[in-house]
Design a protein around this ligand. Sequence first.
Ligand code: PLP
Length: 221
Amino acid sequence: MISDALHSIWSELPPGTKLVAISKYHPVSAISEAYACGQRLFGENHVQELIQKVEQLPKDIEWHFTGHLQTNKVKYIVPFISLIHSVDSLKLLREIDKQGKKLGRKVGCLLELHVAAEDSKYGFSPDALISLHSSGELGCLDYVDIRGLMCMATNTDDDMRISSDFSNAKSVFDVLKSRFYSDTPSFCELSMGMSDDYHLALSHGSTIVRIGTRIFGERQY
Ligand SMILES: *Cc1c(COP(=O)(O)O)cnc(C)c1O
């Protein structure tokens, strides 16, 4: 089942697009099964669960963090994490920079953009992202490598609404790219699209999709 799902998703991804298999709440055995099929990129949402899994799984797995990250837990993941998708405050960026500096390791980050209709989701508004970049505050963060944006669409069955969220996210990405990152080729990632909406996300320029349920089945909380 995991193998079928992975092969079907891989076949749909445009060249250069990445699949993060979101394995939160799924056992190590499920990750091992996906690994055996050739999947090497996995994402988790909780620091403790991530660390326990990392210890039990092969070292050539690339781990992404996709959940809400508390400042006091940054130090536990900075030694190995390859990309943090969900950076939603300057405070968090500063802490990642501080921990990265201690290890002499530049940490890949995406800034989380809030485009969904719900209030409850984390992330910067488009205006807040522009102000953050105009403020000059990012210039001194030498150990943070901002590679793009991450967003979640509104949780709805309305494809029009989802499309409009993704299209807004792509516009914000393009504005930031041209105003602040035109000389930074590594600012190139737009992480959007989950099990139910990744086709729409890909059609709006997503470069990273984050898929859990469609690969591993329903999560057991
Ligand atoms: C859980 C989660 C996903 C995967 O969601 P599915 O609907 O299971 O594909 C993707 N992104 C984030 C940020 C998540 O928390």
